[in-house]
Design a protein around this ligand. Sequence first.
Ligand code: CAA
Length: 382
Amino acid sequence: MDFELTQEQRMIRDLARDFAQGEIAPIAAAIDESGDFPHDTVMKMGAIGLLGLTASQDYGGVGADMISYVVAMEEISKVCASHGVIMSVQNSLVNYGLEKFGTEDQRQAFLVPLASGQAIGAYSLTEPQSGSDAAAMRTTAVRDGDNYVVNGRKSWVTSGPVARYIVLFCTMNPKGDHRDTMALVVDTEKTPGFARGKKEPKLGIRASATCELTFDNAPIPVANRIGEEGGGFKFAMSILDKGRIGIASQALGIAQAAYESSLEYAKVRTAFGKAIAEHQAIQFMLADMAMRIQASRLLIFRAAAKADAGERFSKEAAMAKLYASETANFVTDKAIQVHGGMGYSKELPVERYFRDARITEIYEGTSEIQRIVIARHVLGKG
Ligand code: CAA
C-alpha cells in the first residue's frame, strides 16, 4: 500500500492550496460574517477546474482521480468550509451523477457548463417532512405528454439560491415507496412554476447559500429524466456515497485548520511560567486531535481509493464521513479549549471552525444514518 501522492495529485493539492491561501483566505472571515455567497471566488474556482475536478475532460472537467479530489477538498475547506461544500456538491452530487447516469445529450447540455465552471449546480432530495427518511419524499411528478408536471416543496438545498441546474428527486406516487421515485434535471432559467424560497440563516458555513424550492405545476421535459422511472432513490443513494467522501474531506479540512491553530497558539501562550504546550493537559488534547485527524485522513483515502478502483464504497464512505465529521466536532471543541477566551472570540477563526464543523454531522446523512449504513453492510444487508 502506497501512501505517497503522485506528482499529479500533489500538483492538484498545491493548486487548491495556493488558491485557498491567495484568493479565499482574505475574504473568509468577512463572508462568514455577512453570509454573502462568494460569487467571484466560486467563479474563479470554476475557471481553474475545481468545480469539475473529477468530471472527465471530454465534458469540460479535469479528469482527476478521487485522491486528488479529497486532497483538494481538504485544502479549500481548511481555509473556508463554505467554499468546500459548494465544491463538494458540484463535483460529487451533480457532475458525477450526470456523467455516470445521464444520457449523452444531458451530459452535453448540463455537465459541460457545470464541469467547466460556467454554471453552478445543486442536488435536491430533502423535503420539509423527509430528511433522513429520504424515500418518504412527497414532491410529485405526473407525466403529461413530453413533460412531467412537478408540484411540491424541497428544503435545505445547498447552492439552491444560485444554481442554474438542479438534480431534483420526486415521486410518481406520494403514497408509494422508493420504487416510485425518479430524478429530473431542472433548468432554473427555463422552468415556469419554479421558485426559490428565502435563504436559510445558518449557524455555520454561512457563505454557502441554502434555500427552499417550490414547484407549482412546473413542466420539466421527459428528456431531462436521469435514468428510469422508479430509479430515483437508488440514484440518489449512489451519488450520496460520493458526496459523503467530499463532506468527510470538508470535515477533515476544518479539523486540520483548528488543530494547526491550536498547535501554534499552545507554543506561544504561557501559563504558570511556561508555554501551555509544556503542560500535559494541553499535550493530551493535541495528541488526541492529531491522532483522530490522521485516522480520518486514512479512512477518507481508503474510501477514495475504492471509488477510484471502481468498487462499491458505500460502507467506506459512511465510515469516512462519520469518523471525520465526529473528529471535526471533537477537534474544534478542543481547539476552543486550548485557546481559552480567545477561542470564543470572533477575532480568531477558531469559533468559525467550531460552527462550521457542526453541519458535517448532519447533512448528506446524519451520524446516525452513517451508523445504519455501516451496520447494514457489516451484517451483510447493505
Ligand atoms: N447505492 C445503491 N443502491 C442503494 C444504496 C446505495 N448506496 N443504498 C440503498 N440502496 C438501494 C437498496 O439496495 C434498496 O434496493 P432494493 O429495493 O432493490 O432492495 C433500495 O435502495 C432501498 O434501500 P433501503 O431499504 O436501505 O432504504 P431505506 O428507506 O431504509 O433508507 C437510508 C436507507 C440509508 C436510511 C437512506 O434513506 C439514507 O441514506 N438517508 C439519508 C438521506 C441523506 O443522506 N440525505 C442528505 C440530503 S442531501 C444533502 O444534504 C446535500 C447537501 O445539501 C450538502
